[in-house]
Write a protein that binds this ligand. Structure first.
Ligand SMILES: Nc1ncnc2c1ncn2[C@@H]1O[C@H](COP(=O)(O)OP(=O)(O)OP(=O)(O)O)[C@@H](O)[C@H]1O
Length: 258
């Protein structure tokens, strides 16, 4: 049964580094079963946002709820509901695939029988069951990403954050990873936020959020974004939006309930 709870809800999130406004009142919602792509050029504030989402930074203002739990008031419950695939691989390359997954399951306090059952089902889901005993170093980049995705889901998060997860992958592996993520979305158990600067990766998304200089410039479907920018192609719409960003408040976020 799909929960009606938002997987992620940000309201008015701000963060300054001295005089630099890295995030200036960011509102963002990802619902269960929703695949949202976050697009932003360098310096947009994505790293700052992800450090806040992963509990490394506390925002100067605003509210962050993961699976309905407030990151400030109840960080343990919020972080339990968070899965992350980092831009840089964090697998232990000397361990087997199975040992990497079991380590994560143990960190989350899963009992052995539950851990074994979940590891088996996640490896099956991502087509890596035959690699369980393989040393992780021997895996291709695409298979390492599948292991990381499996690992991020073992503790059954309600929100999955994927930070530039296709960096370093060849085009077939990128497509494969995106297809897995689209299937996860279709299963409706988790809300996904996929950060990228590659506009073609937004085509499968339910919504696109454009972050620029710490502000959300656009929030809506890829089709709505193309139409709003008056362009024929999505990539051109993104470039046009960055070239002449709308004034704060001038553009109503589309496709999102207040
Ligand atoms: N520790 C810091 N001290 C001062 N300014 C910072 C610091 N970290 C980030 N900034 C500034 O805050 C803004 C947002 O940076 P952030 O790294 O979050 O953006 P980003 O979208 O992740 O960019 P990139 O893709 O280049 O990493 C930028 O103007 C950046 O220069």
């Amino acid at each position: 049964m799909v929960s009606r709870e938002d997987a992620l809800r940000l309201r008015g999130v701000s963060k300054n580094y001295g005089p630099v406004k890295a995030l200036a009142g960011v509102d963002l919602t990802v619902r269960n079963g929703e695949f949202v792509v976050l697009l932003g050029p360098n310096g947009a504030g994505k790293s700052t946002l992800f450090q806040i989402l992963s509990g490394l930074f506390v925002p100067d203002a605003g509210e962050v709820l993961v699976g309905g739990f407030d990151m400030r008031r109840d960080p343990i419950s919020a972080l339990k509901r968070l899965g992350i695939v980092f831009q840089q691989s964090t697998l232990d390359l000397e361990l087997s695939v199975y040992a990497n997954l079991m380590f994560h399951a143990r960190l989350h306090g899963l009992p052995g029988s539950v851990a074994r059952e979940r590891i088996a089902s996640e490896m099956e889901r991502f087509g890596i069951a035959g690699l369980a005993r393989e040393t992780t170093r021997k895996l291709s980049g695409g298979n390492r990403r599948r292991v990381e995705l499996a690992r991020a889901l073992i503790h059954r998060p309600s929100f999955l954050l994927m930070d530039e997860a296709t960096v370093g992958l060849d085009p077939p592996s990128r497509r494969d990873l995106l297809a897995h993520v689209a299937r996860l979305r279709d299963e409706g158990q988790v809300g996904l936020l996929w950060s990228t600067h590659l506009v073609d990766e937004a085509s499968e998304a339910d919504r696109v959020v454009v972050l620029h200089r710490g502000r959300v410039l656009f929030d809506g479907t890829p089709r709505e974004m193309t139409a709003a920018a008056g362009e024929a192609e999505f990539g051109d719409a993104f470039m046009a939006m960055l070239a002449s960003p709308p004034e704060a408040g001038a553009r109503e976020p589309a496709g999102v309930a207040p």
